[in-house]
Design a binder for this molecule. Structure first.
Ligand code: HAM
Length: 418
């Protein structure tokens, strides 16, 4: 027996109402904020992610699904959605459009992680990118949009964490201070952090191991080493958030797992969860487009994980609208009635009425059992008598009452939603 690969999941019909609910809220938010949909391929040249997300990150060095195609090109299943959208922005000359260009996507994302609750090897993101504007107003708007999305979902028990990690001018000073803080304590650190100290010191700050956390808590804070421009940007952002009444926590250990970020980074977490359970995250990436071969163009965005949203909708007890049920079941008795049942089904569907049509191979009793299982309110039964009279026998599945009905009356009744 084959099984779905480890870390992936089938989303069965019973779960779909959650996904539909999330997608509908996302589409509505994007409409309100003026974002247009974009879709990009599930795989890209591996170099796109190596250059932007960064060779030193876990995502690229340990988790990326990387492979040679049959022409020996090195490709990768997308481990995130921002770099592909920026690649598309450049490739299609979107820098000639009015800026910022605001794009959103739903994308499946692939990361070879250790699977656990809320962490998969294939997950799905709803993401937004606003490219071509460096103003902190846009940072505030993107954060506001992310929060509005979660609040439209009915997820209110969440917290917003914000930080600024500076830019290529000011970050080296902070990194130097971090190294000075960590180097004498190297022996206390976990094996991963010892490597981070050499390769990617900023990532030391979000290690989840207890021993490393106490070192991280006392570490120099990026916000204290910002250059004038980054400092002003961060100050303005906080001003806008406060003016909008948006509550946030300044988290100096929030650094995110992708190298392309500059200045603002943020995450939205369930109030009771740890950082492993972030519902969404994002930030500014003013150098990303230059990293992948374009002129410098600033950008900011965020993405939310749909599987984690579903988990939180369930734990927070949010009711989602159930899937639409068929309005009626069409049953028939005998071979001749089958074609009549098919005709009636086609006529009802043409009127926009969802239904289940029986193939008529089984007994009427078995067909009605099927109708019950389908959860319909009515069944229309067609047999020899009904064919002769040009009618159908309409059965109320709850009460068992039956009444002869003309097809036109049936259409009118079902269209009226009775
Ligand atoms: P990220 O924080 O790596 O950011 O992922 C965004 C969200 O995807 C996370 O907050 C989480 O909800 C979900 N997620 C991540 N990994 C997994 C996983 N293994 N299983 C289930 N859910 C997961 C990015 O990917 C950036 N591209 C976000 C961004 C957009 N930054 C700027 N624009």
């Amino acid at each position: 027996m084959f099984k779905a690969p480890r870390g992936t999941a089938d989303t069965l019909p019973g779960e779909q109402p959650y996904w539909r609910y999330i997608e509908d809220r996302a589409l509505e938010i994007c409409r309100l904020y003026g974002y247009s949909r974009i879709s990009t391929p599930a795989f890209e040249e591996a170099g796109l992610f190596q250059r932007s997300v960064g060779e030193g990150t876990d995502i690229v060095s340990k988790e990326m699904y990387i492979f040679k195609d049959r022409s020996d090109n090195e490709m990768a299943l997308r481990p995130e959605g921002t770099a592909p959208v920026c690649r598309a922005y450049l490739e299609h000359g979107m820098d000639n459009l009015a800026q910022p260009v605001k794009l959103f996507y739903f994308a499946d994302i692939f990361r070879y992680e250790r699977p656990q609750a809320g962490r998969y090897r294939q997950h799905h993101q709803f993401g937004c990118e606003a490219i071509g504007d460096q103003s902190p107003v846009l940072d505030a708007e993107v954060i506001h949009m992310a929060l509005s999305f979660f609040s439209a979902l009915g997820l209110t028990d969440i917290s917003l964490q914000v930080n600024s990690i500076g830019c290529k001018e000011c970050r080296p000073r902070h990194l130097q201070k971090l190294i000075e803080h960590y180097a004498p304590l190297k022996e206390q650190l976990c094996a991963d952090c010892r490597v981070r100290l050499e390769k990617n010191p900023l990532r030391l700050l979000d290690c989840k191991k207890t021993a490393c956390q106490s070192v991280a808590d006392l570490a120099p804070r990026s916000a204290d080493y910002l250059c004038q421009e980054c400092g002003q940007h961060f100050g303005s952002l906080q001003g806008y958030l406060t003016a909008l009444g948006i509550k946030f926590v300044l988290n100096h250990r929030l650094v995110r797992g992708l190298d392309y970020y500059t200045k603002t980074v943020f995450e939205i977490q369930p109030a009771d969860g740890g950082s492993q359970s972030a519902l969404g995250g994002g930030g500014r990436y003013d150098d990303l487009i230059a990293m992948i071969g374009g002129k410098p163009v600033p950008g900011i965005g965020f993405a939310a994980g749909l599987e984690r949203i579903v988990l939180n909708l369930k734990t927070q007890g949010v009711n989602v609208p159930p899937a639409e049920r068929p309005a009626i079941f069409i049953a028939c008795i005998g071979v001749d009635a089958r074609i009549e049942a098919y005709r009636l089904s086609a006529a009802l569907r043409a009127e926009g009425i969802p239904l289940v049509m029986s193939s008529g191979e089984r007994s009427l009793k078995a067909q009605l059992r099927h109708a019950n299982a389908a959860g319909v309110k009515y069944a229309a039964i067609i047999g020899g008598d009904e064919m002769e009279a040009g009618t159908v026998m309409l059965r109320n599945m709850q009460t068992g009452e039956q009444q002869e009905t003309r097809p036109e009356e049936l259409v009118a009744m079902l269209k009226a939603g009775e």
